[in-house]
Each structure stands twice: as structure tokens, then as C-alpha cells.
Write a protein that binds this ligand. Structure first.
Ligand SMILES: [Zn+2]
Length: 138
């Protein structure tokens, strides 16, 4: 890692926080004093796999772009919403819940998790999402 301002490699970590599959670090350049924040997290896109259902074993890759699009649509009535932040919460929850199952989640587990995260944030967004998920499943 280099300083964003002067490109020195003399950086120190002044603060850090760990949360499940994520590490947040405050870094300070010893050369010019510039400070910035980095986030290190597990790439859910590469790790998570989707299973059609608990009976159908066929796997498909998890697509974070698709889910982000769904979150944007579900939150479209709320201008101040941050779909990307909610996506990170959903992914952290999915990683935690699927760790004992080789990071494999069924479509219904994915939908339940997204709905849960949205419900804590905004009831209408959760209803929007659940209605669309049900419509596309049928
Ligand atoms: Zn610097």
C-alpha cells in the first residue's frame, strides 16, 4: 500500500475495526501526514454460490450486480437510501449464515435475508422486494 498523496510506502495503521468478514483501517502516511481509510472484505461474488432449492442441487454463481439492481429498484422511493451499503450488509449476513454450508445459499435463503435486511431499514422497500422476487419466481 502506498500513500495516495505522495506515494510513500511508509504508512502506519492508526485505528482498525474488525466486523465478521470485514476489516476497516485508518492509515496515516509517516512522510506527509496524509490520512485515509481502507476496507478489506471477503469478495462474496467469488465465494457465494446459489442453489436452486434444498432439493435441487444444481449450483449457479452469485451475482452481486443483479442483487444491487434489485436493491436499487426496491429503494427507488427513498432518495437518501444507499443500496450499496445494504448490499454489503446482505453479503456479510449471507457469508456468516452459509459458512457451514460451503458458502452455498438457496434462492429462498437469499430472498429471506434480503427481505430481513430491508425490513430493518424500510418496510416499503422490503415489500417491494418480496413482491418482485415472488413475481419473478412464478
Ligand atoms: Zn504521503
Amino acid at each position: 500500500m502506498k500513500c495516495l498523496k505522495c506515494h510513500s510506502t511508509q504508512l502506519e495503521v492508526t485505528n482498525s475495526r474488525k466486523k465478521d468478514f470485514q476489516v476497516w483501517r485508518r492509515r496515516k502516511c509517516k512522510h506527509c501526514g496524509f490520512t485515509f481509510t481502507t476496507n478489506e472484505y471477503v469478495d462474496a461474488q467469488k465465494l457465494l454460490q446459489l442453489q436452486e432449492s434444498s432439493r435441487k442441487k444444481q449450483l449457479s454463481p452469485y451475482n452481486r450486480g443483479t442483487l444491487l439492481g434489485e436493491l436499487y429498484i426496491a429503494l427507488s422511493h427513498k432518495a437518501e437510501a444507499s443500496p450499496l451499503t445494504l448490499l454489503e450488509t446482505v453479503e456479510q449476513t449471507l457469508l456468516r449464515r452459509s459458512a457451514t454450508n460451503n458458502f452455498t445459499v438457496t434462492h429462498s435463503q437469499l430472498h429471506e435475508t434480503v427481505t430481513e435486511v430491508l425490513e430493518r431499514y424500510d418496510t416499503l422497500a422490503a415489500l417491494n422486494y418480496a413482491a418482485r422476487a415472488r413475481a419473478t419466481a412464478n
